[in-house]
Design a protein around this ligand. Structure first.
Ligand SMILES: Nc1ncnc2c1ncn2[C@@H]1O[C@H](COP(=O)(O)OP(=O)(O)OP(=O)(O)O)[C@@H](O)[C@H]1O
Ligand SMILES: [Mg+2]
Length: 276
C-alpha cells in the first residue's frame, strides 16, 4: 500500500500550505479581504513552489479573482495579511512593482486594447518595461517613440512563439475569443514573468482552443520553467494539467492536494454539485 492510500490521506487535504508561504515562489499568509459586509477571502494561506502548476477552483463568488488581485497587488489584504514573492515580503509593493519582480497575470475580463492590433497590444506592455507605469508607457508609445530594438525583437519572438504572427496586424476586437486570450497571454509574457497568474484563461473557449492554450502553458511550464497559478472551472483540464489544486469556498480554503484526491473528496464534490 502506498502512502497515498493511507487513511490519513483525506485529512491531508485539510492541512496547511505544502510550502511555507514565506519561502515560496509565490505565497500568502493569513489573507483576509473584506468589501463592506462581504468577506471575499477568509484567512487564506497558500505556498506555491518554484516551477509548479497549481489550479485554484471553486464556485462562482468563492473569492478566486479577489485572491489573485491581492496576490498581484491590485488589492491590499486586510490588516495582518502578507504576500511573498520568491521569498521576499512584497505586501507593501504596488502591482507594477510586483510585475517587475516577476509576477504576471491575465484577466478574466480580457482587458485588452480592443481597437489596437495584436502587435500594438503586446508592444504597449513591453513599453512598460522601459517606462514607470502603463499610462506613461501609452504616452511613450502613442507619441511615436520606438521600442528599443532588443525589446522589439522580444515582442516578435513572443508573437511568433504563441503562433500569433498571422494575426499581428488584426485589431483585437476582430479576432475569435481563443486568439484574444492568447493575445492576453502574449501581453503578459512581454513582462518576462517567473510566476504567471491566469484568471480563467480557458473560459468560453472551444475544445480546440483549450487544447492550444494548454499546449502553450505546458510548454511555458516545462521548458521555460514558469510557475503557473491558474483559476479554472473545467475540472477535467485541472486534473489533466495541474500538479496540485486548491479549492476555495466562501473565501476560505476547503481542500488542497493532488487533483485526483481533491476532486474525489466528498466535501469538494458536494461543493461542486450543481455548479458548472
Ligand atoms: N471590488 C469588489 N467590491 C465589492 N465586492 C466584491 C468586489 N470584488 C469581489 N467582490 C465580492 O467578493 C466575492 C468574491 O468575488 P470574486 O470575484 O473574487 O469571486 P470568484 O471566485 O472569482 O467568482 P467567479 O467564478 O464568478 O469569477 C463576491 O461576493 C463578490 O461579489
Ligand atoms: Mg473570478
Amino acid at each position: 500500500m502506498s502512502t497515498q492510500d493511507t487513511p490519513t490521506r483525506r485529512a491531508d487535504l485539510r492541512s496547511g500550505p505544502h510550502v511555507p508561504p514565506e519561502r515560496a515562489a509565490l505565497g500568502c499568509r493569513d489573507v483576509t479581504k473584506t468589501f463592506g459586509a462581504v468577506t471575499a477571502c477568509d484567512d487564506v494561506s497558500i505556498g506555491i513552489d518554484d516551477g509548479e502548476w497549481v489550479s485554484i477552483v471553486g464556485p462562482n463568488g468563492a473569492g478566486k479573482t479577489t485572491l489573485l488581485n491581492v496576490l498581484n497587488g491590485f488589492y491590499d489584504p486586510d490588516t495582518g495579511g502578507r504576500i511573498f514573492l520568491d521569498g521576499e515580503d512584497v505586501t507593501a509593493d504596488r502591482a507594477y512593482k510586483r510585475a517587475r519582480k516577476g509576477l504576471g497575470r491575465t484577466f478574466q475580463g480580457l482587458e485588452l486594447f480592443d481597437d489596437e492590433d495584436v502587435l500594438e497590444n503586446v508592444m504597449t506592455t513591453q513599453a512598460v518595461r522601459e517606462r514607470p507605469n502603463l499610462l506613461s508607457a501609452l504616452l511613450f508609445y502613442r507619441g511615436g517613440r520606438r521600442l528599443e530594438a532588443e525589446n522589439m525583437r522580444r515582442v516578435e519572438e513572443i508573437i511568433d512563439y504563441l503562433e500569433l504572427w498571422e494575426y499581428r496586424h488584426d485589431t483585437v476586437a476582430s479576432l475569435p475569443l481563443g486568439i484574444q486570450r492568447r493575445v492576453d497571454l502574449a501581453r503578459t509574457l512581454a513582462l518576462d514573468p517567473d510566476v504567471l497568474l491566469l484568471d480563467e484563461a480557458m473560459s468560453g473557449l472551444t475544445f480546440d482552443e483549450k487544447y492550444d492554450m494548454v499546449r502553450f502553458l505546458a510548454d511555458l511550464n516545462e521548458n521555460e520553467g514558469l510557475t503557473l497559478v491558474m483559476i479554472e472551472h473545467d475540472l477535467e483540464v485541472v486534473t489533466d494539467v495541474s500538479e496540485r489544486m486548491v479549492v476555495l469556498n466562501q473565501g476560505g480554503v476547503v481542500a488542497r492536494g493532488n487533483p485526483e484526491d481533491v476532486t474525489n473528496d466528498p466535501e469538494v464534490r458536494n461543493i461542486y454539485t450543481g455548479v458548472d
